[in-house]
Design a protein around this ligand. Structure first.
Ligand SMILES: Cc1cc2nc3c(=O)[nH]c(=O)nc-3n(C[C@H](O)[C@H](O)[C@H](O)COP(=O)(O)OP(=O)(O)OC[C@H]3O[C@@H](n4cnc5c(N)ncnc54)[C@H](O)[C@@H]3O)c2cc1C
Length: 483
């Protein structure tokens, strides 16, 4: 008889990976299944990277509870797992009189949710904090922050792996059957047995739930497009700047977000779409973003745009819905042992670890699991040479000369960092895998200069040219010899 896991988690986005990490605090057997070639391939790898303080979500909702708790937990988790994070603060800016009432509402809602330090500031104070921002008043939230969403997802999964979780990438769940005391989870790479199944499949959570007969919710994809500005524009803003959120739509509006690496994101839009895989960006969508962003930041005359991307929200309601559909975090009574973590839209990145901790604690009790005495709570990431003072760089280069060879000049990423990314614990070898682990190819040239250097390095490291791919199978970079 094949092994029966205590817990099988479906989907290695930030939620599934956080559950895997939290479960690895206990002595249970855990399997994390992901259909893509890497983690952070869904919404977890295409968002604003904001640690929300928790004033945008209705009091008493799961969103509010997990948001506020998650933001607190991230302070510790980011430090333990070497994830770049910064509490820059956020401004929600009113452009006209009628929006002032909304600022007061957000402040009161935030305070009821347990958010500290919220203050409504005048036009003068707004100008002092952010001289380039237009507005008549603002809500200032000093405890909002930014985090690298890729590193958070990767770090949670890597730490779970080093604490004994089995992780299978490229393993899509196609069917689930319920037996008396366990589930059989079918994939194209074999069948796995588990006592509990956790559905953290993001946009596909409705499809996974339907596999065990649960059809009470449908995931509605809602695309959000973004522009990315070059780091040269970083002086425009110090903190996140949001408009007063639209009353309809349950979205936060087009905002300006300085990223942890010094770029500025403009977006996201909110567009109801039919195809869950349709991550294209569109001329009209991007045009609207610029128009809306200029209302807040008129200095954005000819922005230094280096790229665009989009992320898809797993909404449970149409964007025109007036209100807030809550997260589904539910041990399903009709299918004993099946747990849905669905509709985890924003603030899901902030909330993920809090959701995971609660789920893991309840499974610890149900499965009577003991503590994992050898739990490693720390993870060391790849050294970020660019952030080090010159003396430290010099000392690193003396120890390993590859630190002195820059393969990506825009982002100042050394050959050593790229080699370390290539040797990542999850065994991901795609160009995107290297990109999200190092930032190589994310700068002004978008890989035009460093891409070929990295391909050359991969070949020198023994990877067959036919196997060099952008994002897993069916995305080969090289098709044959020209000479
Ligand atoms: C535009 C946008 C902006 C956002 N901004 C923020 C923000 O600033 N702050 C914040 O807190 N939150 C933000 N969010 C929300 C946050 O990104 C999500 O809540 C979070 O990433 C959800 O994580 P997840 O793990 O549930 O889903 P995902 O990251 O989508 O992961 C689900 C995984 O399941 C896998 N999967 C699907 N089907 C199967 C299958 N059959 N078998 C195996 N695996 C499967 C997928 O490949 C995917 O990797 C934003 C979201 C979007 C879209």
């Amino acid at each position: 008889m094949d092994k029966c896991y205590d817990v099988i988690i479906i989907g290695a986005g930030v939620v599934g990976s956080a559950v895997a990490r939290e479960m690895s605090r206990y002595k249970g057997s855990v399997l994390l299944l992901e259909k893509e070639h890497d983690v952070a391939c869904g919404a977890s790898g295409a968002n604003s990277g904001v640690i929300h303080a928790g004033f945008n979500v209705p009091t008493g909702s799961l969103k509010a509870r997990f948001n506020v708790k998650g933001a607190k937990l991230l302070r510790t988790i980011a430090e333990e797992l070497d994830v770049p994070m910064k509490f820059t603060g956020k401004l929600v800016v009113a452009l006209k009189g009628p929006e002032l009432a909304q600022l007061k509402h957000l402040k009161a809602q935030g305070e009821a949710n347990g958010v500290r330090g919220l203050k409504i500031i005048s036009k003068d104070e707004l100008r002092r904090l952010e001289p380039n921002i237009e507005g008549i008043a603002a809500l200032h939230s000093p405890n909002s922050g930014i985090i690298c969403p890729f590193t958070l997802n990767i770090a949670l999964a890597e730490n779970a792996l080093s604490n004994g979780v089995d992780i299978r990438l490229n393993t899509e769940v196609t069917r689930i059957s319920k037996r008396e005391d366990h589930f059989r989870v079918f994939t194209k790479k074999g069948t796995f047995r588990g006592r509990y199944v956790i559905n953290s499949a993001g946009l596909m959570a409705d499809k996974i739930a339907a596999m065990v007969g649960l059809k009470y919710f449908r995931v509605q994809p809602c695309r959000g497009e973004y522009f990315v500005l070059d780091r040269a524009s970083s002086g425009l803003l110090k903190r996140m700047v949001y408009p007063v959120p639209p009353v309809r739509g349950n979205v936060l509006g087009v905002h300006l977000t300085p990223t942890i690496d010094g770029n500025i994101l403009i977006g996201p839009s909110a567009e109801l779409i039919h195809d869950k895989y349709d991550t294209r960006t569109t001329g009209p969508g991007l045009g609207r973003l610029l128009k809306e962003a200029k209302l807040l930041l008129p200095a954005l005359k000819s922005p230094e745009i280096i790229t665009s991307f989009s992320g898809i929200r797993p909404k449970l309601a149409r964007p025109t819905y007036r209100g807030c559909y809550d997260f589904i975090v539910k041990d399903e009574p009709q299918v004993r042992g099946f747990i849905n973590l669905a509709g985890i839209e924003s603030p899901g990145l902030t909330a993920a670890v809090a959701i995971a901790r609660e789920i893991a604690l309840s499974l610890k009790k149900k499965l009577a699991l003991k503590k994992n005495g050898s739990f490693k709570y720390r993870r060391e990431g790849i050294v970020r040479v660019r952030e080090l003072p010159l003396e430290e760089r010099a000392s690193l280069i003396r120890k390993r000369k590859e630190y002195g060879e820059l393969l990506c000049r825009c982002e100042e990423i050394s050959k050593a960092e790229i080699i370390d990314a290539l040797n990542n614990p999850l065994g991901v070898r795609s160009m995107r895998g290297i990109k999200i682990r190092t930032r190589a190819m994310m700068g002004r040239c978008q890989g035009g200069f460093c891409g070929p250097n990295i391909i050359d390095l991969l070949q020198r490291k023994g990877i067959d040219p036919d196997e060099i791919n952008l994002r897993g199978k069916n995305s080969c970079m090289l098709t044959g010899k020209t000479k």
